[in-house]
Design a protein around this ligand. Structure first.
Ligand code: NDP
Length: 482
């Protein structure tokens, strides 16, 4: 039986090609989901635009919209295990990580409720006999397109601020992970959001995704995914003059100096690359280690990486689940083979785990590669898997140049006890987020996004709301003095 999705304010199975959702831990189909055909995508967007107007959502006072967002947060909170389970089944991430991401989705809705309720317009300085105000208004229908690696986080991060700003949202989740978006639509419905304000259209990028991008009633696109896809979408958006926010890939450096607290660096580097099986845009996949501690840190990392428990995501003691799909595992394996061809050496991992427990799932061992330099393809291309390349360095100037020698600029980690040096490097690094003596600390209150090929625009933080609004300046004549 086909699973339905919310379209035109009703749950429908659609006339498009059905989409199997596969559990990467077993290779089994969990559920087959209906998808819309082209005419249904068109009707769904038109309906979303009508509901936005007829429900009064766009013009509702901010504190009333905020109350609805709080209700959505509570609805997710009440079903938190259900949400975590949908992601775990769809992308194979370990239960504890899914639980944490479900909790962060709750926090995201609460945060944007607060931002929405407190955001003010501007009273501009007068330059004549008038009052000048700037107000912010929603775009109308916003399209959100999300990837498979962290649907719980990504979808909340787009839907919450876009709704808070007064838009209707049409969300297309990755074809590999549609379940979290459907759970979000259920939560929105039970929280009393007018049906149709959040539409979820499962389907492929080439069918549903591109139909969203070219629809005349879609007035803004928020995309998270790979750089090649983002670039292709930006070309189409440019033709339409469509505002677009892009959160794209990364190849983030971690830099460890001789004077670093090695215990902390070891943990930060390990979690920074292997958490979520390296399927994270901010994965610290290039490790630069100063020569004096290079061998010791590599030894420590190898010991810790080889003791990480890879296994079924639902098991309490599992550290790392499978990769998102068997096809993605092959992609990671191709990169590892390429690294060996370029002269790299496997320090640990570099293969699938063997045995009955792992036979059917898309499992892969955490992998550390040495012997490459920063020009190797494995150090330049995003592998998006549990693969860490380690490169020794001698001095600060050299490591800054190497860290910045990348098409990407999403994040960077710096490990040192010399704070002036940490600040110098933080200032010199071309990346949207820099962590000093920590890694992957992410706060909904801080803007997030990339330099260079890692993206355009910033999500999160108070500005996360502004992404989904446009400004209007109003001048009101004031009477002359007599
Ligand atoms: P993709 O770019 O392949 O896909 C992302 C989304 O775009 C999916 O929903 C996909 O649909 C859709 N899509 C693909 N082609 C088109 C098209 N022509 N028109 C419209 N939509 C399209 O990325 P992945 O899903 O493989 O995700 C991994 C990537 O995401 C990595 O590069 C990672 O770095 C990046 N990412 C960036 C983050 C950030 O915040 N900077 C956060 C998380 C991930 P379909 O599922 O059918 O392919």
């Amino acid at each position: 039986m086909l699973r339905a999705f919310p379209m035109q304010g009703r749950w429908e199975t659609g006339a498009g090609e059905p989409l199997p959702s596969v559990d990467p831990a077993t290779g089994e189909t969990i559920v087959v989901i209906g998808t819309p055909d082209a005419s249904e995508v068109d009707a769904a967007i038109r309906h979303a635009d009508r509901v936005r107007v007829s429900s009064g959502w766009s013009t509702l006072e901010p504190h009333r919209r905020a109350a609805r967002l709080h209700a959505i947060a509570s609805a997710i909170e009440q079903r938190i295990d259900h949400f975590a389970r949908q992601q775990m089944l769809d992308n194979g991430k370990a239960w504890k990580e899914c639980k944490a991401q479900a909790a962060s989705a709750v926090a995201t809705f609460r945060y944007f409720a607060a931002v929405c309720e407190t955001a003010a317009g501007d009273l501009n300085p007068p330059r004549g006999r008038y009052l000048s105000l700037t107000v912010r208004e929603p775009y109308g229908v916003v399209a959100a397109i999300t990837p498979w690696n962290s649907p719980l986080t990504m979808e909340a991060q787009k839907v919450a601020p876009a709704l808070a700003a007064g838009n209707a949202v049409v969300l297309k989740p990755s074809e590999l992970t549609p379940l979290c978006a459907l759970a979000l639509a259920e939560a929105c419905e039970s929280a009393g959001l007018p049906p149709g304000l959040l539409t979820v259209l499962p389907g492929t990028g080439s069918s549903v995704g591109s139909a969203l991008l070219t629809h005349p009633l879609v007035r803004m696109l928020s995309f998270t995914g790979g750089t090649a896809t983002g670039r292709a979408l930006a070309v189409v958006a440019a033709q339409r003059l469509l505002p677009i926010a892009l959160e794209l890939g990364g190849k983030s450096p971690q830099i460890v100096f001789d004077d670093a607290d090695l215990d902390a660096a070891e943990k930060g580097v390990l979690d920074g690359i292997f958490e979520g099986m390296g399927q994270s845009c901010v994965a610290g996949s290039r490790l630069f280690v100063q020569r004096g501690v290079h061998d010791e840190l590599v030894q420590r990392l190898v010991r810790r990486a080889s003791s990480l428990r890879v296994g079924p995501p639902q098991a309490e003691d599992t550290d790392l689940g499978p990769l998102v799909s068997h096809a993605h595992r092959e992609h990671v394996e191709r990169h590892v083979r390429g690294a060996l061809d370029e002269g790299g050496a496997i320090a640990t991992g570099g293969r699938r785990p063997e045995g009955e427990t792992w036979a059917r799932g898309a499992y892969y061992l955490p992998t550390i590669i040495t012997g490459l330099d920063n020009r190797a393809r494995a150090c330049r291309q995003e592998i998006f898997g549990p693969v860490l390349c380690v490169i020794p360095f001698d001095d600060e100037r050299e490591v800054i140049a190497q860290a910045n020698d990348s098409d990407y600029g999403l994040a960077c980690g710096i490990w040192t006890s010399d704070f002036p040096r940490a600040w110098r490097i933080a200032a010199a690094i071309q990346a949207g987020t820099v962590w000093i003596n920590t890694y992957k600390q992410l706060s909904i209150a801080a803007p997030f996004g990339g330099y260079k090929d890692s993206g355009l625009g910033r999500e999160k933080g108070p500005g996360g709301l502004e992404l989904y609004r446009q400004s209007k300046s109003i001048y009101l004549a004031t009477p002359d003095e007599h």
